[in-house]
Unconditional design. Structure first.
Length: 280
């Protein structure tokens, strides 16, 4: 259940901890997230300037599903470095990619103290990480530090202000409010997406551009939509933010309405990118 702490062991964000979740289910959700977000995410990266020969940094890479895709499809003549603070997730990533014969460099470290030299990558990317950070400004500063002048810093995440489900399940607004409060207590921000342009400008990036993409149940199906957009919330929910009974009712109602012929789920994905300018 949620705890009123903002950092876990080793400086880990308390907003996302695998030990709070059903690990096999969460790994399936993360893998599906990479697959289902690709039609929206890959054009965003191309627009941001990612090239096939770039050194791409995946900040908060987790079990490495995106890093694997990037190495195969996005930077086949470049390289990928993944950084994460969770050694268990990195072990999963290394084992799977070694089995698949893919070379991706994984390093353990916090996003606010990246274990890379200055100006060592072409493109720094944080996907679905910023919502979990107590100090996103510090992480963006690190991403700028390790990215060469002329390189790109890019972020993608959600914002619950754009999450809509119809027909409205009983208790859905309570579930969203409780999720936001629980994540805030842990140092996270469920409304981070709308702030991206402001944050990147504050980090000193130039040519900053923001975009919004629509992710719907019409595109991926009701079950997949709910797994990706709602699946994480149960891991951080519980008293005092919502009672176990109210959470169970909301989840049961959500499952019922998702089978309705007129069901529609909509979520917004927010992205922003900017160019690193000359450094002293």
């Amino acid at each position: 259940m949620a705890k009123d702490v903002k950092a876990g062991p080793g400086g880990r964000s308390a907003s996302y901890r695998m030990e709070d979740l059903d690990e096999p289910a969460e790994l399936r959700r993360l893998e599906a997230q990479v697959r289902l977000a690709a039609p929206l995410e890959l054009p965003f990266l191309a627009e941001a300037g990612l090239r096939t020969d770039h050194h791409l940094l995946d900040v908060g890479c987790g079990p490495g599903f995106f890093a694997e895709q990037a190495a195969a499809d996005l930077v086949p003549s470049g390289r990928v470095t993944g950084v994460d603070v969770d050694p268990g997730l990195l072990a999963l990533a290394r084992a799977r990619l070694a089995k698949n014969g893919m070379a991706v460099q994984f390093s353990e470290g916090g996003a606010a103290a990246l274990p890379l030299p200055d100006d060592s990558v072409d493109f720094s990317y944080a996907r679905f990480l910023m919502q979990h950070l107590p100090q996103p400004e510090a992480v963006l500063a690190e991403m700028v530090r390790v990215t060469r002048p002329g390189g790109v810093v890019a972020v993608v995440d959600t914002d619950d202000g754009g999450l809509l489900v119809h027909p409205a399940p009983d208790g859905f607004e309570e579930l969203l409010s409780a999720s936001a409060a629980a994540q805030k207590d842990r140092g996270g921000d469920r409304l981070i997406g709308r702030r991206f342009k402001e944050l990147l400008l504050g980090a000193g990036l130039t040519e900053v551009a923001a975009s919004v993409q629509t992710f719907t149940s019409e595109a991926v199906g009701a079950e997949a939509f709910l797994a990706v957009t709602i699946g994480f919330k149960a891991g951080v929910l519980g008293p005092p933010h919502i009672s176990e009974a109210a959470l169970a009712r909301a989840e049961a109602s959500l499952e019922r309405v998702s089978r309705a012929p007129g069901f529609l789920g909509v979520a917004l994905g927010f992205g922003a990118h900017g160019t690193v300018g000359p450094k002293p």
